[in-house]
Write a protein that binds this ligand. Structure first.
Ligand code: ATP
Ligand code: MG
Length: 174
């Protein structure tokens, strides 16, 4: 990893945010970099989990009560508790200098939905070790995170097969 770690944000309504973040992880892994991927708002199976396990990449996920608009208050509390546990764990890993690339997948959404501790996210972003490369994804930009980011890439859905009735496909969307 380069000496200066930078901050990436991939956001928008088009496909490619998680896959771009995973591509970054794949590249960094090739040079032996230590990677941690935290996936927020996700608990269903997805092909990358199998591949990442083969590569020895650490993945932290947790309970998710499903789509946020369907969550009961109890689901939200439980989801936030799992998210915060993962954030606390990652803060420890980072402060011990054991991570070169940290991916916070869907953190923008979890933050905007109030489903993670904003202070811990703030600490990761504003007080990250200089060498840590940080990648954050989600649907909608968050001003203070965009301000801190070095790369900001918007994925725009010019076309998406979902709109023609093609639902998520195994090995492509999950
Ligand atoms: P991917 O994981 O394929 O890179 P993504 O991370 O950009 O997608 P998310 O919103 O996190 O997008 O993805 C959740 C699921 O919704 C994925 O299966 C993705 O392919 C799909 N998806 C992405 N954009 C759209 C869209 N505009 N309409 C419908 N489904 C979408
Ligand atoms: Mg995604």
């Amino acid at each position: 990893m380069a000496d200066t770690g930078l901050i990436h944000v991939y956001y928008g309504n088009g496909k490619g945010k998680t896959t771009a973040a995973l591509g970054l992880a794949l590249r960094a892994c090739g040079y032996g970099k230590r990677i941690v991927l935290v996936q927020f708002l996700k608990s269903s199976p997805s092909g990358e989990l199998i591949s990442l396990a083969r590569l020895g990449i650490t993945v932290l996920r947790g309970h998710s009560g499903g789509f946020s608009f369907n969550m009961t208050d109890a689901d939200k509390l439980e989801t936030k508790r799992h998210h915060d546990e993962n954030l606390a764990a990652v803060l420890d890993i980072v402060s011990e200098g054991k991570c070169d690339l940290l991916v916070l997948d869907e953190a923008l959404d979890a933050y905007q939905l109030g489903l993670l501790d904003g202070d811990m996210l703030n600490s990761l972003i504003n007080h990250k070790p200089a060498a840590l490369e940080l990648c954050i994804t989600g649907h909608n930009p968050v001003g203070w995170i965009i301000d801190k980011a070095d790369y900001v890439t918007q994925m725009t859905a010019c076309k998406h097969p979902f709109n023609s009735g093609i639902t998520a496909r195994k090995g492509i969307e999950y």
